[in-house]
Design a protein around this ligand. Structure first.
Ligand SMILES: Nc1nc2c(c(=O)[nH]1)N[C@H]1C(S)=C(S)[C@@H](COP(=O)(O)OP(=O)(O)OC[C@H]3O[C@@H](n4cnc5c(=O)[nH]c(N)nc54)[C@H](O)[C@@H]3O)O[C@H]1N2
Ligand SMILES: Nc1nc2c(c(=O)[nH]1)N[C@H]1C(S)=C(S)[C@@H](COP(=O)(O)OP(=O)(O)OC[C@H]3O[C@@H](n4cnc5c(=O)[nH]c(N)nc54)[C@H](O)[C@@H]3O)O[C@H]1N2
Ligand code: SF4
Ligand SMILES: [Mo]
Length: 752
């Protein structure tokens, strides 16, 4: 069998071949012996795997990145990580501020730009009220940066209109964890991979999106032939290619599969009644007032045969998945990402995954855990833990809770009542308000919504409108967002500043500065401190260095189950990542939450092995959630399912990775992945242009004929700035999490 370059890249073999280059060195003598390269510990810029890196600097330039052998990634990195140096000196780096004058972005001084922003924000609040301004941030900013913005907007300007791209990404996972367990964030850790017997991977293309975790899964599978991998994804992804069992189905129907698996487990004695009795309650709607019998009755209709009919997935595969997942004495780890979260029933889909672990008791032991994979490098640490969404406050607190607001106000030293009691607008509503004129000023930092919002035409128009004032802090220009801005602020990039990242497994780690910012670029943290000073809120952000903000975060996180007070700056500088809770500086960190003897929040005299202390009765909830159709299934007029997502080479809008020559050449433009049968019907060959039309827009893509796509479904990657697939996608969102359904809409296809 010949292996194409693409297949090679997309397997863990690529990652394995790019093993660590050697032991990190820091002393001058050692660095001279290494060709004068100074190596400093940091974190990869990209995905939520959060690989530890060493950054190699010579003569003031970042010349290499290598894997940190002492971190969880054991020295391994994927290609994107290794090629990080190329993002710094890219030709389109934004080097000085720009202000739009007479319709055109023109060079300006920092003084001019900051004065303009401060006066616009101040005037807008005076004229139109606090909620006429908004902040839109990112799971890629450092925790200190995100915190600075959150504090300035909620505690200074007095608006809860603080959102970020994690709304597009992790909101349904948050909703799932909070509704099922009472607290956000995964309870397991990467070490669970080494102990799992069964991997249940649903709606996650782990091989391309979390390659170094995928490598660890493959390693586990290779070490023990009894290990089984189940993949639940409509497409034949590189992840599905290692599966022992691949369940394909009509997009948007997998809630029926999850319920049918539960149905089979209940009928065939694959459940753990003792565990259920001690640790589990049942609920429907919003109330946890149901019983085991109600649950069994609810599952009655979800026979594997019924699910097969609804989903198109063969009945034997659903049964086999249930048998493998539920097998007694075997450990099961489930993983999921956007295939479940980016859905109008995203929270429910998350609930149903948790259900399978709760009814089988496969939770809280090494190798058994429901483990949501986080997308961005700091969606967990900065936005989720840091509470930088419109309904949240730091460390599990919520705007709607008066005690929580009072706790935060006290730590911030602001008068009682400063934090508005009503949640702000969530992402889609915020951009709709910008479109409708209710929001007039927006500060966008470290995200590229002009390319990544669904139904993008509408929101691009809103950002471009002369009636809105949009500030974009970016490391490059032009991007599909900075081109719409009124002011572009040149931001310092990864490695030109320092800060903390928190990845998927609750691991906090410090990313070091090793370079001076390019041109006139400044760290986002400094820019926000400057803005606070100019708007009369300097006292709230009195810091000179992010380490000072970190001190405050430790206080905010200490009297909560996060217990991050042991993760001091000094510890972060020394350690290769620490997993919270970590109540003291000499605490080893916590591998598994809710587990007695491991999680410091579980009382020592707790009678069971696990305590779901996030819930008042200490019981997690199995929710009765029915299958429901997506907002826009394929139909007679728009007969194809259109889905969008990622490939291993690129990061989101490609601003960074398209600047890496090898990555750009390996995969550049977005192609329409279509199966041979559908291509034949359309009369197209690979390379032919296909016109894709949704209810919102039309766009041409070159066809790529591949068996990866099932009949009736097409895929394009989201990384191409010249083909904005988001003009086609739908902005319908989950009623609970407000996360949009990027993964599913109906389109029609024609040969262009
Ligand atoms: N290379 C690379 N890695 C990345 C990123 C990147 O841009 N590039 N981004 C990071 C970020 S922020 C994120 S959020 C993650 C995303 O990581 P993933 O979620 O793994 O990646 P996606 O390609 O968005 O989508 C995953 C899968 O969902 C499937 N899917 C579509 N519809 C359905 C459905 O109805 N049900 C189910 N079960 N599956 C469905 C798609 O076929 C696709 O294979 O990746 C992170 N890692
Ligand atoms: N169709 C479709 N759309 C999607 C998705 C999908 O699956 N399909 N997935 C959604 C998901 S899960 C996510 S997470 C989002 C991601 O969406 P975005 O966050 O909008 O995409 P990125 O390309 O990661 O944007 C980050 C921007 O920050 C800039 N940047 C990098 N470093 C810095 C810095 O230090 N400071 C500043 N100020 N800027 C910096 C980069 O150049 C880049 O332009 O996309 C969402 N949109
Ligand atoms: S797996 Fe993710 S964190 Fe690790 S090197 Fe690759 S992109 Fe970076
Ligand atoms: Mo994401």
């Amino acid at each position: 069998m010949t292996v194409s370059r693409r297949e090679f890249l997309a397997t863990s073999a690529a990652a394995s071949a790019l093993a660590a280059l050697g032991k990190p060195t820091t002393s001058f003598a050692e660095s001279m012996a290494n060709g004068g390269i100074q190596w400093t510990k940091g974190v990869c810029r990209y995905c939520g795997t959060g690989c530890g890196v060493y950054k190699g600097v010579r003569d003031g330039k970042l010349i290499a990145v290598k894997g940190d052998k002492e971190n969880h990634n054991a020295g391994f990195l994927c290609l994107k990580g290794f090629l990080l140096p190329q993002i710094i000196d890219a030709p389109d780096r934004a080097l000085f501020p720009l202000i739009r004058k007479n319709g055109k972005l023109e060079r300006a001084s920092w003084e001019e730009a900051m004065t303009l922003i401060a006066s616009k924000f101040t005037e807008t609040i005076e004229k139109h009220g606090k909620d006429a301004i908004a902040f839109y941030g990112s799971g890629q900013g450092y925790t200190e940066e995100t915190y600075a913005a959150n504090k300035l907007f909620k505690g200074g300007f007095g608006t809860n209109n603080v959102e970020g791209n994690p709304r597009l990404c992790m909101a349904s996972a948050v909703g799932g964890y909070v509704s099922t367990f009472g607290k956000d964030e995964p309870m397991g850790c990467y070490e669970d991979i080494d102990a799992a017997d069964v991997f249940f991977i649903i709606g996650s293309n782990t091989a391309e999106c979390h390659p170094i975790l995928f490598r660890r899964i493959v390693q586990r599978k290779e070490a023990d032939p009894n290990v089984k991998v189940i993949v639940v994804d409509p497409r034949v992804t590189p992840t599905a290619r290692i599966a022992d069992l691949h369940l394909q189905f009509t997009p948007g129907t997998d809630l029926a599969i999850l319920n049918a698996m539960a149905h089979y487990m209940v009928k065939h004695d694959l459940v753990d009644p003792d565990f259920i009795k001690q640790n589990v309650g049942f609920g429907q709607g919003k109330a946890a007032n149901k019983s085991w019998d109600d649950y069994v009755a609810f599952l009655e209709e979800y026979t594997p045969e019924h699910a097969a009919e609804v989903t198109g997935c063969p009945v034997e595969k659903i049964v086999e998945a249930a048998k493998l997942f539920g097998a007694k004495g075997r450990r099961t780890m489930s993983m999921w990402t956007m295939g479940l979260n980016q859905r109008t029933k995203g929270v429910w889909a998350n609930n149903l995954c948790h259900n399978l672990h709760l009814i089988t008791g496969k939770i809280g032991v090494p190798g058994s855990t429901p483990f949501s994979l986080t997308g961005q490098p700091n969606a967990c640490g900065g936005v989720r833990d840091g509470g930088a969404l419109s309904h949240l406050l730091p460390y599990g607190r919520v705007i709607a809770n008066a005690d929580h607001r009072a706790q935060v106000e006290k730590i911030w030293g602001v008068p009682e009542g400063t934090i508005a009691p009503k949640p702000g607008k969530h992402c889609i509503d915020m951009f709709r308000a910008l479109d409708e004129g209710a929001i007039k000023c927006m500060y966008i930092m470290c995200t590229n919504p002009g390319q990544t919002l669904p139904n993008a035409k509408r929101y691009r128009k809103a950002m471009a409108s002369p009636d809105s004032f949009v500030v974009v802090s970016e490391i490059y220009h032009p991007t599909r967002t900075s081109e719409l801005a009124d002011v572009v602020l040149p931001a310092a990039a990864w490695s030109e500043k320092e800060g903390v990242f928190g990845c998927t497994e609750r691991r906090y780690q410090l990313d070091a500065q090793v370079l001076q910012p390019k041109g006139e670029a400044r760290p986002d943290f400094d820019i926000l401190v400057d803005l606070a000073r100019r708007t009369g809120h300097g006292i709230l952000l009195p810091w000179k260095h992010p380490a000072e903000a970190w001190e405050e975060l430790l206080v905010l996180g200490s009297d909560t189950p996060y217990k991050i007070q042991g993760i001091t700056r000094a510890r972060l500088e020394k350690d290769h990542g620490v997993l919270w809770p970590c109540p003291t500086e000499d605490h080893p960190g916590t591998k598994r939450r809710y587990v007695k003897g491991d999680d410091p929040s579980v009382p020592a005299d707790w009678p069971g092995r696990i305590c779901f202390y996030g819930k008042p009765n200490k019981k997690a909830v199995v929710w009765l959630r029915p299958q429901q159709d997506p907002a826009e299934p394929a139909d007679a007029e728009y007969p194809f399912y259109f889905t969008t997502g990622r490939v291993i080479e690129h990061w989101h809008t490609g601003t960074m990775t398209m600047n890496c020559k090898e990555l750009k050449h390996a995969k550049g433009r977005a192609e329409l992945e279509i199966c041979p049968a559908d291509a034949r019907k359309l009369g197209v060959k690979t390379g032919d242009a296909v016109k894709v039309t949704s209810r919102r827009a039309s766009m041409d893509f070159p066809a790529l004929i591949t068996d990866n796509s099932p009949e009736g479904m097409v895929f394009v990657h989201m990384h191409d700035k010249d083909r904005l697939c988001n003009e086609l996608t739908i902005d319908a969102f989950d009623a609970g999490s407000k996360q949009p359904e990027f993964k599913i809409c109906g389109v029609k296809l024609e040969k262009a």
